[in-house]
Design a protein around this ligand. Structure first.
Ligand code: AMP
Ligand code: ZN
Ligand code: FE
Ligand code: FE
Length: 299
């Protein structure tokens, strides 16, 4: 329920990803590219040939002091024009951020041009993995991993924060698009104290089953989900084998219940979103209450 393609920073095209998923006996695959849904049509088309179910999704990365919070959005109304305009703005900020990061690296004695980064990214959503690869190509570091560990990590000397959304805003925009916002890999973010605030903003799930979560973390997030009535999702966050990350596709064991719960939650939130989009005079507090039944038509 978490994977990336060439539409953002994954190594495989959507078609190749789905074919690999089929070989790994994945039955349900969420494609969750960073700030892009451009991989979905091809993934859906290929999945139909393999009897694989595609969950439409995306991932929005945000920065907080000293750390970053990633928010997954599932079953959003992604073809909506306003939502695609929003994603284009997100990607424009990614392009601007690459310029800021290469300036920073140049100041740090590692000259690099934005064009070198964009040549690696091609049609994807530019981000630090592409910068990291450009640094490897220049010989500044031996691996993408080293580029992150030494320079590009959240509090690293060459990281430059985004100028876009707060985590709360990322949750809100996914809700506005009728989707299910899920906190991605909280074990990596190390900001669990933010969870109540995110839940108040409409967070509906926590990515619990994740290759880099320990058994104790999985248990703790599962219990947190039960307590807060959130969906416990999970996935490998597969990007391809080039990233130096351990997870292979299908390696996170996600119970099929998680997908059932996610679909149910999506349905519930869509109904709420429809009510929110109702008459503008309706006070917000009523938006989460059941719709009054329409009067019977006169005979
Ligand atoms: P960005 O899009 O600039 O926020 O970069 C986020 C992406 O960087 C993640 O989705 C991962 O693909 C990658 N990434 C983050 N940390 C690491 C790391 N330590 N090693 C390799 N890749 C990483
Ligand atoms: Zn990524
Ligand atoms: Fe992430
Ligand atoms: Fe991811």
């Amino acid at each position: 329920m978490h994977s990336h393609t060439t539409a953002s920073d994954g190594a495989l095209s959507p078609r190749e990803l789905v074919r690999l998923a089929a070989r790994h006996h994945v039955r349900v695959l969420a494609v969750t590219d960073h700030d892009s849904t451009d991989g979905l049509p091809e993934a859906i088309e290929e999945a139909a040939r393999h009897g694989i179910e595609i969950v439409p999704g995306l991932e929005i990365n945000t920065d907080v002091p000293g750390a970053e919070i990633h928010v997954l959005g599932y079953y959003v109304d992604w073809p909506a024009e306003w939502f695609q305009a929003f994603l284009r703005e997100q990607r424009a900020e990614r392009v601007a951020r690459v310029h800021r990061i290469v300036e920073r690296l140049t100041e740090l004695g590692m000259p690099l041009t934005a064009d070198e980064v964009f040549a690696i990214c091609r049609e994807g959503s530019p981000g630090r993995p592409h910068v990291a690869q450009a640094m490897v190509n220049r010989g500044y570091v031996r691996s993408v991993r080293e580029a992150f560990d030494r320079w590009l990590r959240a509090d690293g000397p060459a990281n430059v924060p985004r100028r876009r959304l707060t985590p709360v805003e990322a949750v809100a925009v996914i809700r506005r698009a009728g989707g299910v916002p899920v906190l991605a890999h909280p074990g990596l973010a190390n900001r669990d104290e933010m969870i109540p605030e995110l839940v108040a903003a409409g967070l509906a799930g926590i990515e619990t089953y994740y290759p880099e979560h320990s058994a104790a973390q999985i248990q703790a997030y599962r219990q947190m989900c039960e307590r807060l009535r959130l969906v416990a999702t999970g996935g490998s966050d597969y990007h391809g084998s080039h990233t130096g990350r351990p997870a292979t596709l299908g390696s996170a064991h996600v119970p099929v219940d998680a997908w059932e719960d996610l679909k149910r939650k999506a349905q519930e939130l869509r109904e709420q979103a429809r009510r929110l989009a109702g008459p503008a005079t309706k006070p917000d507090q009523q938006a989460y209450e059941p719709e009054p039944r329409a009067p019977e038509p006169h005979q």
